[in-house]
Design a protein around this ligand. Structure first.
Ligand code: ADP
Ligand code: MG
Length: 722
């Protein structure tokens, strides 16, 4: 007997043939299958008379097959089924291409329902490849709101509908994780109702209600998950880092620039958080170039001033090294020991101290120990030395990649962790990071470090609750005053050559340039490699034979990518040709031009991230958006890039134009598809947040709601934690 958790391959008509295909979609059991939702509906609900058909409309008719034949066209080697259907009012033709089996079913005299597009040719009106089914059958594919499922190779929507029709009854066996009183309060259908309505809605209202229910469910789970993490986090203890105002003021005065008001405010919020005896959990959200690094530096400095250690983590080695170098500059004159620890670099630098702490024989600078050579013995020695200085507390600030919290790195008294470019801001990803930080060997028993994360991905204001509902947020919404505006231009085909000449001229003046191009099909490994290599070849041979061009693409190993970035930074190339993998956050002050090929293919927020790669030095910078499209939509989109300079404005615009699903890939946001559909429904999110609180205050560990707890575990497994 089939059960809810029976494997799909055990279902008679699915079997060994279709089971594996469904498995590829992540569907293993009958329950999974029921949770595979249509992504849209075709409205075939209204049946009309054949005599009322008009060309270029979508319609449903019902009638009797008067004649049916299978024709083979020799020229194109195509099989065409041609069928005449009459309902008494008139007769209409229907044709199917390469579906010979249709003529087996639709024999003369059969009653049939047809739904689809009506076209017209010299022979009159006809249906082309319509959905069809025998009128003796329950309307599934025609004559109703027909669910359209995401299709995969070897599996049609028609097939899924057919199976769903027989399996949807299992919905009654599924238990609802949402407490009944909540559903009642919100007038939402219960689980089994909602499942039936989402697959076979009798009206638009029915599927909308079902979608709303599932959106609410996901939002509610998201909010519960993040509340639980927050409750857990807030229960922990942290060391107080006392804010020494005079000391910080002196540091600020030593900077080569005045802080922006936004930077001041953010720093102040951070200092207040760190004075508490429970750990800070704050997100610093600021556009590219808004100056997050110096804010982070102030926090780390405050910690080291009270004799506590800090760790700063970046997603890549290049960025870690960049931070190390910026910190060296910012802290010149401070009595601070900074170290950089990644797989390739182990560097300890002592700034400001008179007596050198570490000596290395034959080293030119006896206060600097550095190795990025391949000699593993010295590397290992230095690594050990660094780790021991970390444990003894001589190193105040440790900078590195995310590996810092995964490795056997032991601190003496780590009180602050800063995570840069934390663009995976999904609730689940954050929870994972927090867990990792709780496990870090910080050397202070019973306490966990304060956490500051930073991201340059602006989020539309309307979404902050969904993502940051339980988080303290500081926003740098103001750019440093000295910043030159990046000049952005849209370039159509005719302007190409002029732009290339312009780049050559910039390079002649000592600048560097990025050329970014999109991939047509990013998923295909070979295609990316080929496309990237070809583009690089075309540009270096045909366009810039006189210049040095580097290449960066997603199929390179991460060490290769790092080398390409570093080489570009070291001016070994004039131009870096890159796919969209070009590093977020990399600072190449000498780069003054960026070209984005086929700019239409990128989202606005992504374009803004690319644009942020230039304009980071004192040079006037330019961003050229290449496009061959002249549609109004493209003009509107790319026009927004010219009009807006703030990432927040662009995010808002992007979100408006593209909708939430595409705005962040699902995995990046950690917000499931169903919830995405209603993510702009701030009200629904607020309600979900309220109910989540209520549920948890009733049962903090969800013991009273076992189904909900189970659902939550499933949900947390599903959202990838990387
Ligand atoms: P991001 O927020 O993208 O990480 P950074 O911290 O890298 O930005 O800062 C970008 C550049 O701006 C750096 O060179 C930094 O020294 C400089 N900067 C930061 N704050 C200010 C300021 N208030 N005035 C002028 N320049 C600043
Ligand atoms: Mg940065």
């Amino acid at each position: 007997m089939l059960k809810l958790d029976s494997k799909l391959s055990e279902v008679p008509r699915i079997g060994k043939k279709y089971g594996p295909i469904l498995e590829k979609l992540g569907l293993q059991t009958i329950e999974d299958f029921l949770l595979h939702f249509p992504f849209r509906y075709e409205d075939y609900s209204e049946r009309i008379l054949i005599s009322d058909l008009t060309a270029n409309t979508t319609a449903t008719v019902m009638g009797e097959v008067m004649q049916s034949k299978l024709v083979r066209t020799w020229k194109k080697k195509m099989m065409i089924t041609e069928c005449y259907v009459s309902d008494g009012s008139a007769m209409v033709r229907a044709v199917w291409f390469n579906q010979p089996y249709v003529s087996d079913s639709l024999t003369k005299g059969k009653g049939v329902r047809l739904s689809g597009k009506v076209s017209k040719d010299i022979k009159g009106l006809f249906f082309s490849n319509p959905a069809w089914e025998l009128s003796s059958r329950e309307p599934t594919n025609t004559g109703r709101l027909v669910p359209i499922y995401p299709e995969t190779e070897g599996l049609t929507s028609r097939f899924i509908r057919w199976q769903m029709q027989t399996l949807v009854g299992f919905a009654d066996k599924m238990e609802d994780p949402i407490p009944e009183n909540i559903l009642r309060g919100l007038h939402l259908p219960n689980l089994s109702q909602a499942l039936k309505q989402i697959h076979f809605p009798k009206s638009v209202q029915e599927y909308e209600a079902a979608q709303k229910r599932f959106s609410f469910q996901q939002m509610y789970l998201v909010q519960i998950a993040s509340q639980m993490v927050k409750m857990d986090w807030d229960k922990q203890n942290a060391v107080k880092i006392i804010f020494d105002e005079g000391f910080i003021k002196k540091f600020v005065a030593s900077l080569p620039f005045p802080l922006t008001n936004a930077q001041r405010k953010a720093a102040f919020q951070i200092f207040l958080d760190m004075e508490k005896d429970f750990p800070m959990n704050r997100l610093l959200n600021g556009d590219v170039g808004s100056g997050k690094t110096v804010v982070a530096a102030m926090a780390a400095l405050a910690a080291s001033h009270t004799k506590f250690q800090s760790a700063i983590m970046a997603p890549t080695e290049v960025l870690a090294r960049q931070h190390f170098e910026s910190m060296l500059k910012l802290f010149a004159g401070q009595k601070i020991n900074i170290a950089l620890l990644t797989n390739s670099y182990q560097i300890i630098k002592v700034i400001g101290h008179q007596s050198s702490v570490i000596k290395k024989q034959n080293s030119k600078d006896d206060r600097l120990l550095m190795t990025d050579d391949k000699k593993s013995t010295s590397k290992k020695l230095l690594r050990n030395e660094l780790l021991s200085k970390l444990k003894s507390g001589e190193i105040n600030i440790l900078i590195g990649t995310h590996a810092l919290i995964q490795e056997a790195v032991k601190f003496k008294n780590l009180a602050l962790v800063i995570v840069d470019e934390q663009h995976r801001f999904g609730v689940a990803q954050r929870a994972y990071l927090q867990q990792k930080i709780e496990q870090i060997n910080d050397g202070i028993p019973g306490k966990i470090p304060h956490l500051l994360s930073m991201t340059a991905t602006p989020i539309p204001r309307t979404l902050t609750l969904a993502f940051f509902g339980n988080l303290n947020l500081s926003v740098l919404n103001e750019m440093p005053k000295n910043r030159k505006q990046i000049i952005t231009e849209i370039i159509r085909t005719t302007g190409r050559q002029k732009t290339y000449d312009f780049i050559r001229n910039e390079i002649k003046n000592g600048r560097q340039a990025f050329i970014i191009f999109p991939l047509v099909e990013e998923s295909k490994v070979l295609t990316e490699l080929k496309a990237a290599t070809e583009e690089h070849k075309r540009l270096s041979e045909k366009v810039f034979p006189d210049l040095k061009l580097g290449l960066l693409h997603g199929k390179m190993k991460s060490t290769e990518k790092e080398t390409a970035m570093q080489d570009f930074k070291d001016r070994k190339y004039d131009i870096l040709v890159a796919t969209s993998v070009v590093e977020v956050g990399i600072d190449i002050p000498n780069a003054s031009v960026i070209i984005i090929e086929d700019a239409d293919r990128f989202g606005l927020s992504q374009l803004h991230q690319f644009r942020g790669r230039v304009g980071r030095g004192e040079h006037q910078s330019y961003c050229f958006l290449f496009t061959s499209s002249s549609t109004i939509k493209s003009k509107e989109r790319l026009g927004a890039m010219v009009k807006f300079t703030s990432g927040f404005d662009i995010a808002e615009e992007d979100f408006k134009l593209r909708g939430p699903g595409e705005f962040f890939g699902n995995r990046q946001s950690g917000i499931p598809d169903e919830a995405m559909k209603h993510i702009t429904n701030v009200k629904l999110i607020e309600i979900a947040n309220d109910y989540a609180r209520e549920t948890l205050s009733e049962s903090p560990d969800l013991k009273k709601f076992p189904l909900l707890k189970k659902q939550l575990q499933k949900f947390q497994q599903k959202v990838h934690l990387e």
